[in-house]
Design a protein. Sequence first.
Length: 134
Amino acid sequence: MKLLLVEDNLGDVGLIREAFASCQAEVEIRVARDGVDALDKLDRAAHADLPDLILLDLNLPRMDGRELLSRLKSDPELRAIPVAVFTSSSAPRDVERAYAMQANCYLVKPPDLTGIERVVSLLNEFWFKTVRLP
């Protein structure tokens, strides 16, 4: 399975990679540092090489996660890729806006590795082992 992690915090990138490794997920993780980088990677990917899931932080430089989510869901080639928002914001406005923009789920980043491992394990089990993806 292929995951595009859109995250600018290198510490969080490392924790998320470690969490996927600890649950023995067979996931190829590609990282984009912001929305511009993510769109560039997606534009250059062949159809068969698109990610199965996008794990998206909202607070990013250059193009934030909200703008990226809007662009993904308005693009006929990309809109079917599930987007899991994974961010530090628990603000109701951010949650409502993400779902209004067709995010597939909204997760608040836990403050520690144990919490991140739990969430990543659930993501892996649900998105990569349970649901049928396009």
